[in-house]
Design a protein around this ligand. Structure first.
Ligand code: ATP
Ligand code: MG
Length: 248
């Protein structure tokens, strides 16, 4: 079973379990295709994309603007569906799940940092970071406790009750990271996590990502234009002409 039906307390504790059966890859993307309609004209963005990931692995995805990196990350995160192909997590094709099982799986298994962070500006750092826990049915108190722990871990102990609109860009990015991690996901998908940051803030986020990968034994896929961040990852692939190029 991929979707984690353990008690909320266990997941918030960070006791993720998540052992992969022998011979199975942690993630397998098989023959994914995705297109959109543009003014009634079909455009093919991803054509026959294949990729495998092992547990704990860190991967950078690079490629030109508009090539389909965010589209691919959204599909990997089950936020969007491909037109064709399979998406296996621990050997199970999650695209066959019904919508409530898929949502449960996603909420417990995947942490997502969006390209445009999608935080709620009028809510505090604590409320934003705790949101996934609330959605997962935790009490306000449990969500707050979990959010506080992860916000402290990303260095925001002095900004817990600040409204997000009053935080700096780097701080907002760290709130987005905390929100992605509050459920202690087994995989973090980050879309340009340092896209709008200066060098100093970028370096801080890079270091945090690498530390958290070690601490939480978390698989990590990062879309980035930042070659320094890509170099931190154990592997790099490029999207070219709708396909993944590099060691898949
Ligand atoms: N919902 C949609 N409807 C129509 N076209 C879309 C949609 N989503 C994405 N596209 C198109 O698909 C292409 C790939 O978009 P995507 O956001 O994946 O690019 P990207 O590689 O992440 O680019 P960037 O580096 O600029 O973030 C773009 O041409 C975009 O306009
Ligand atoms: Mg993008």
């Amino acid at each position: 079973m991929v979707d984690d039906r353990k008690s909320p307390e266990k997941t918030l504790d960070g006791k993720n379990g998540g052992h992969v059966a022998a011979g199975r890859r942690f993630v397998e993307v098989q023959d994914i295709h995705k297109g959109f309609q543009d003014s009634g004209m079909p455009i093919e963005i991803l054509k026959n994309v294949n990729l495998t990931l092992d547990q704990g692995e860190t991967l950078a995805i690079v490629g030109a603007s508009g090539i389909g990196k965010s589209t691919f990350l959204h599909i990997l995160g089950t936020l969007d569906r491909p037109d064709q192909g399979k998406l296996l997590y621990q050997g199970e094709d999650v695209l066959t799940f019904d919508s409530s099982r898929l949502a449960r799986f996603r909420n417990r298994f995947i942490g997502f940092m969006f390209q445009f962070h999608h935080l709620l500006p009028e809510f505090s750092a604590l409320e934003n970071a705790g949101m996934p826990a609330m959605i997962n049915g935790y009490t306000r108190q449990q969500a707050k406790k979990a959010a506080e722990a992860i916000l402290v871990r990303v260095g925001l102990q002095d900004r817990l009750r600040h409204r997000v609109s009053k935080l700096s860009g780097g701080e907002q990015q760290r709130v987005a990271l905390a929100r992605a991690l509050v459920m202690r996901p087994k995989i973090l998908l980050a879309d340009e996590p340092t896209g709008n940051l200066d060098t100093q803030n970028s370096d801080q986020v890079h270091e945090l990502l690498m530390e958290l990968n070690q601490e939480f034994s978390m698989t990590m896929v990062v879309v980035t234009h930042n070659m320094q961040l890509a170099a931190f990852m154990s592997r790099s692939v490029t999207i070219v002409d709708g396909q993944i190029v590099g060691t898949c």
